[in-house]
Design a binder for this molecule. Structure first.
Ligand code: ADP
Length: 507
């Protein structure tokens, strides 16, 4: 039996909320049916849920639950399935497990939120942590809401085992997470997915078609998407198809970038054949800080004109005009753009061939060198960690450490200048990421000599704004500067709730 139609979403009517799902002809009805019942059953409104089914032949029948009865009623004919909730869906709180699945690690958070809490910025973070060293004796770092930390090990052979172990731990008394007593207390899963290619311009409810789409993008992110898929399949295995999962793409925010900024000047057929173009990454982070910036300043989305600098281990800049990116520094892969912990960023492409020839390396070995042994690490010869470099510089005045930091800051300043030109000026530069949020010295070094553009930092404001939101530019500066800690997991949890509830995609 197949459901048909296109509509999917909640509508609120007074104090009632209705959800109707009419699936496309291709999707078997079992998917949505099994998706929706536990979704609702998990929620506080379960007792007041009503199910309706409208058949093509006419007629409307109310069900309380049984799948069989729905099947009997529809008799293999297309039908519309309607769920009715007697609770405003804006207050249906979900415990969302947010997952970032890497090659041997799994970063996670559980965030409890609903549409009302999102509006009031009152989402609850129940726990967070990371499983590292999956495939052997893994190390689990765990922090609950009371900020009690635990670190322990367990033999975990793969992502599935890691997720299973993790969720059981969260549900146990040892975790101190009182809201989750059972795996069924996890109502939804949100996944960070690195590459959505040209297919995904916004977060998506994961069904087989979306999963195929993510698989299709493996070509574009061979190191990342396969791990993200493993995370999705592991969650499916653990929770079944009954717990809705949402994919939030690192590339999606950059979909607004115009052709002139995303196309490389290589033969056009390479774009047509292989989709060789700029995609950009860190989209969830840039989107989050753009949103916080406008909330701090009381602006609308359209009034948001910023250059956002995500400076972490990976680094990228985004030129955001009218709330949407018009350019970004990472390219087809995350290698392009700013200097990063271990990545070189911008480079004369002919150098790849030169290194290969002179060092007797293959193209993929050079690629690895540029991704993993370059950047701050490559120049300093010491570490990719900015904090360690700064400590080293203080202690030993190391020339190459100084150089690594100088190149890092110079490149970032160059991008600010370029983006000011691209955007026709901006209102603010926003710093985020581990370095951008925590290092006043690096921020100051990047902004050095930018008075010509109206950017002058307030020395004490800059020094004091560490790991918190705040304005760091001096009074009278016409190009403002802000530091805003990013929170990609929060945005993933919020998107997960909004996508499941069929809320319009937020900016
Ligand atoms: P990732 O990109 O892996 O998420 P982060 O955003 O956590 O990384 O950023 C990691 C970088 O931030 C490291 O280079 C680290 O040294 C740097 N960092 C963190 N805290 C500070 C600090 N107080 N001062 C300078 N650098 C810092």
């Amino acid at each position: 039996m197949v459901l048909r139609g296109h509509e999917q979403g909640y509508q609120q009517r007074g104090r009632e909320a209705h959800r109707s799902t009419r699936d496309s002809k291709k999707a078997p009805y079992e998917f949505h049916f099994s998706l929706l019942i536990p979704e609702i059953a998990n929620l506080a409104a379960a007792r007041t849920v009503g199910f309706y089914c409208e058949s093509e032949r006419g007629g409307r029948v109310r069900f309380n639950n049984a799948k069989q009865r729905l099947a009997d009623f529809c008799q293999d004919e297309p039908a519309t399935f309607i769920l009715e909730l007697h609770t405003p869906c804006s207050v249906l709180t979900m415990n969302v497990l947010v997952i970032n699945s890497g090659s041997s690690s799994l970063k996670f958070q559980v965030i409890s939120t609903d549409l009302e809490r999102i509006k009031q910025f009152k989402d609850g973070r129940l726990c967070r942590g990371e499983v590292e060293g999956i495939g052997g004796e893994a190390i689990i770092t765990f922090k609950n809401r009371q900020a009690e930390s635990q670190k322990f090990t367990a033999p975990l052979r793969d992502v599935s085992a890691a997720l299973d172990y993790l969720v059981r731990f969260i549900a146990s008394d040892r975790s101190g997470v009182t809201e989750i007593k059972n795996t069924t207390d996890v109502n939804a899963v949100g996944h960070r997915v690195v590459h959505g290619g040209e297919r995904f311009s916004e977060s998506a409810l994961i069904d087989d078609k979306v999963l195929q789409g993510i698989e299709y993008c493996i070509d574009l992110a061979p190191l990342h998407n396969p791990n993200n898929i493993k995370g999705i399949l592991a969650a499916r295995e653990l929770f079944g198809r009954t717990v809705p999962q949402v994919a939030v793409f690192d590339t999606a925010f950059h979909h607004s970038i115009p052709e002139q900024a995303y196309l490389y000047a290589v033969p056009y057929h390479l774009y047509r054949r292989h989709r060789i173009r700029r995609y950009g990454f860190h989209g969830t982070s840039h989107r989050y800080v753009a949103f916080r910036y406008r909330a701090l300043r009381g602006l609308t989305r359209e009034q948001t004109n910023i250059i956002s600098l995500h400076l972490g281990n990976g680094c990228s800049a985004a030129a955001i005009r009218g709330g949407s990116p018009v350019d970004t520094s990472m390219g087809m892969t995350p290698l392009e753009g700013l200097v990063m912990g271990t990545r070189c960023g911008d480079l004369d492409p002919a150098i790849v061939n030169v290194i290969a020839r002179k060092e007797g390396m293959s193209a993929s070995e050079v690629d690895t060198l540029l991704n993993t042994q370059s950047g701050l690490l490559g120049i300093s010869g010491l570490t990719n960690d900015m904090r360690e470099l700064q400590a080293e510089l203080k202690e030993h005045e190391d020339r190459r450490v100084r150089l690594a930091i100088a190149i890092f800051c110079y490149r970032a300043r160059k991008y600010i200048g370029a983006y000011l030109a691209c955007m026709g000026g901006a209102d603010a530069v926003v710093f985020t990421g581990g370095i951008g949020e925590n290092s006043p010295d690096i921020r100051a070094q990047i902004c050095e000599g930018m008075e010509w553009a109206g950017l002058k930092l307030d020395p004490s404001g800059n020094q004091e704004t560490v790991a918190r939101e705040g304005k760091i530019s001096a009074e009278g500066s016409s190009l403002l500067a802000y530091a805003i800690p990013t929170d990609e997991e929060l945005l993933i949890a919020r998107d997960t709730v909004r996508v499941i509830l069929g809320e319009p995609h937020p900016s």
